[in-house]
Write a protein that binds this ligand. Structure first.
Ligand code: F6P
Length: 343
């Protein structure tokens, strides 16, 4: 078969491991030929491709980022974008297209079903907020990076008797904040799912320090939202899918904490460090399993589906299901485990 591959949306450790698994199994086992589209859907719209074979995939397993490049391009926001994308796919006489991406990238894939090419999705998001799969690759790596950072922040915060507000990724869901906050023993974890009250946070920090403890780490998701009318947060435009550009809420929170508690407060924004570099062993294995399942799905003709992890097994789910619901943090995890030790 002739199979196209693309990676779209924010990059994420493990993308290359998926590409490698798809190509190795496809070429060696099924005798497939591959075409790599560059920079996500932009490469399909503009017909920009690269060679993709076993040789090209050597050394990719531990490598972060994506050798195919990625973008947040939405063909439906470009002039004749859909038509140009369909023409490209037809020109290359593809039998199938493996689309590795999050809700936006897979949303475009689902809209292109019926365009003549069979589409199979592989879920990708560092935020881990796709409901159809238990976990996405890249999340584990991001949590490990954030946890390592929080461990380091503890010793400097303790030495100076400070509060440090550590901002992590998480646009709509606070999975990274919750896991890294629990693993790193944060005093407060702020997530997009539950608007926070800055007064409440300050009160609990003061109470914590009054018990003779010192230094607190506050972990905040970039998408965390203050309760209405309690704190002003700056906005920074939107991308082609209409999502606001986030990053920087910690800089709004920290001065408020310092002003209200009198504790010296500093900010660390982890940003793209969480997405860069080599994937953990867990993410390499998950990415490889997803890649193998994706090319198997192509050969079973399981189009308009996405591979997913459920109860430890790789399964296939309709792409539409994958896009239906956001997976948000379980309050029991956040409050039962995240706060249990700090009461
Ligand atoms: O969507 C995943 C994500 O990592 C979000 O957590 C974050 O808001 C966004 O990507 C940032 O992406 P970029 O700065 O690359 O556009």
């Amino acid at each position: 078969m002739r199979v196209g591959v693309l990676t779209g949306g924010g990059d994420c450790p493990g993308l290359n491991a998926v590409i490698r698994a798809v190509v190795r199994k496809g070429e060696v086992h099924f005798g497939d030929e591959f075409i790599g589209f560059l920079d996500g859907w932009r490469g399909v719209v503009e017909d920009r491709t690269t060679v993709l074979d076993v040789e090209r995939c050597r050394g990719l397993l531990p490598r972060g980022g994506t050798v195919l490049g990625t973008s947040r391009t939405n063909p439906y926001k470009l002039e004749r974008g859909e038509e140009r994308a369909i023409t490209t796919l037809a020109t290359h006489e593809l039998d199938a297209l493996v689309v590795i991406g999050g809700e936006d990238t897979l949303g475009v894939a689902h809209r292109l079903v019926g365009s003549g090419v069979g589409i199979v999705g592989v879920p990708k998001t560092i935020d881990n907020d796709l409901s159809a799969t238990e976990v996405t690759f890249g999340f584990h790596t991001a949590v490990q990076i954030a946890t390592d950072a929080i461990d380091r922040l503890h010793t400097t915060a303790e030495s100076h008797d400070r509060v440090i507000v550590c901002e992590v990724m998480g646009r709509h869901a606070g999975w990274i904040a919750t896991y890294a906050g629990i693993a790193g023993g944060a005093a407060e974890i702020l997530v997009p799912e539950e608007p926070f009250d800055i007064d409440e946070i300050c009160r609990s920090l003061v109470a914590r320090h009054a018990k003779g403890r010192f230094a607190s780490i506050v972990v905040v998701s970039e998408g965390a939202i203050p309760k209405e009318g309690t704190l002003q947060v700056a906005a920074a435009g939107v991308d082609q899918f209409g999502h606001p550009r986030l990053g920087g809420i910690a800089t709004s929170i920290a001065p408020e904490i310092e002003a209200r508690t009198g504790f010296e407060t500093r900010v660390t924004i982890l940003g793209h460090i969480q997405r860069g570099g080599t994937p953990t062993a867990f993410d390499r294995v998950l990415a490889t399993r997803f890649g193998i399942a994706a090319i198997d799905t192509v050969h079973h003709g399981g189009f308009d589906q996405m591979v997913a992890l459920r109860a430890g097994e790789i399964v296939r789910v309709p792409l539409a299901d994958a896009l239906a619901r956001l997976k948000t943090v379980d309050p029991l995890l956040l409050h039962g485990v995240g706060a249990a030790f700090f009461a």
